[in-house]
Design a protein around this ligand. Structure first.
Ligand code: CS2
Length: 422
């Protein structure tokens, strides 16, 4: 049976790709699931019984049983098993949902950060990070003379396939490994709102809306994903931009401004007139940066988002979306500031993030962000709010803004701090 190896089994993968694959193929593809470190999830998925996907639609909840993962690997306990799985002749595709931080990209250059702790450790011993495991796995496959694989990122990064391919070749060069030059790295846009759940055996909750746009760039066979309405196309960039700059951008605004205002869930923040009005302004700005192919459909896309964000039953936590902000804003908000002459609402999102981070710091409450220690250092070594603002804006990749922009940012942060609390 043809097989996919998926790195990063979590709710999103189980609500999105696994569902598309289960619906596409009358059961003729199987997935090997790699859990990076969540032992209870590993155990829950290892009994082969599958899981329940609860789809919350306008007419109530529809439940589906999905049982497509017939092999599980715990990468933390057995990293070598992940590498060896690449030498399976039935394997055709490797997919990933490892979130923005899993790529270990340098904030300045967007390429693999050879100095990040995970990559340094991988280069000096048994690889454990997704990037190290993938590169070693691909090298093993190539040395075994097996056909080239398709390696597909399913994370919210612009040009995710290109970034992944570049990261793996940089790692391979550094580690002296050979990759098959025919390996393909398609770009993808993935979309389905899927809240985190604390209980691993509980149904995975998701919305009825779902989109998947995949670049037609495969090394070998693939499931008939178009049957379950994935779109296979030559250029994913317009869809990727629209999704990151409308859906994800608004999510981040709601996450920081919403928590400062005392809300816990997306639907609550959306019901607030001020926050909701700002979402529309943010979308007006974002729309100016979207490419022609998606312009005509953008008003309908926006209207659908308003409905998607309003579903009470989703209970989509702002805290979940607010995690890893220094990496997320770089993808979804900073391009608006760098590309537009004026993007006042995008600037407000940065201000809300900074105010959120400052509140957390003041309260000595842990910030969930891979750059938490750098952020703390910027806050502690800057003697005033303007310096903190410029240090944090720089960290997320805001470039070449005039002093007046930073002064404005500072005023907004101060005004948010005077009002809100987290
Ligand atoms: C969210 C996304 O947590 C976040 O950062 O913006 O996970 C979002 O829900 C998905 O991209 C929707 O497809």
């Amino acid at each position: 049976m043809p097989r996919i190896l998926h790195i990063g089994i979590g709710n999103f993968h189980r609500a999105h790709q696994a569902d598309y694959t289960a619906r596409a193929n009358n059961g003729d593809w199987r997935i090997t699931g790699v859990v990076m470190g969540n032992t209870s999830l590993f155990q829950a998925m290892s009994d082969g019984g599958g899981y329940t996907l609860a789809v919350r639609g306008a007419n109530g909840t529809e439940s589906r049983e999905i049982s497509i993962h017939d092999r599980m690997i715990h990468a933390g306990r057995d990293p070598q098993a992940v590498i060896e799985a690449f030498a399976d002749p039935d394997l055709h595709i490797v997919t990933l949902t490892i979130t923005e931080k899993g790529y270990c990209l340098d904030p300045q250059t967007g390429t693999l950060d050879l100095n990040s702790d995970a990559i340094r450790a991988d280069l000096s011993g048994q690889p454990k990070s997704a990037i190290g495991l993938l590169t070693h796995g691909l090298a093993l496959r190539s040395s075994a003379g097996l056909p080239a694989l398709t390696v597909m990122s399913c994370d919210n990064l612009s040009e995710n396939g290109t970034k992944l391919g570049n990261a793996l070749s940089k790692f391979a060069d550094e580690a002296g490994l050979q990759l098959d030059p025919s390996t393909c790295f398609p770009d993808t846009m993935v979309d389905r709102i899927t809240p985190a759940t604390s209980e691993v055996t509980a149904p995975v909750i998701t919305e009825s809306f779902s989109e998947w746009v995949i670049e037609d760039n495969f090394a070998g066979q693939r499931p008939d994903w178009h049957i379950s309405s994935a779109e296979i196309t030559s250029d994913v960039a317009p869809f990727e931009k629209r999704k990151l700059r409308l859906l994800n951008a608004a999510h981040s605004w709601l996450a920081y401004a919403g928590q400062l205002a005392g809300y816990s869930f997306v639907h609550e923040a959306m019901a607030d007139q001020t926050l909701n009005g700002a979402v529309e302004q943010l979308w007006d700005e974002a729309q100016l940066t979207l490419p022609t192919p998606v312009q005509a459909s953008t008003p309908a896309y926006r209207a659908a988002l308003v409905d998607r964000f309003a579903v009470v039953e989703m209970r989509h936590a702002l805290e979940q979306i607010g995690a890893d902000g220094s990496l997320k804003l770089r993808e979804r908000i900073v391009p608006l500031i760098n590309e537009l002459e004026l993007a006042p609402q995008a600037q407000k999102v940065v201000a809300a993030w900074i105010a959120f981070v400052l509140r957390k710091h003041e309260a000595k409450s842990a910030l969930v962000d891979p750059n938490a220690s750098t952020i703390a250092q910027i806050i502690e070594t800057s003697d005033d709010v303007p310096k903190i603002c410029s240090g944090l804006a720089d960290l997320i990749g805001v470039r070449g803004v005039p002093d007046a922009w930073l002064a404005d940012l500072t005023l907004q942060v101060q005004s948010l701090l005077a009002k809100g609390s987290v």
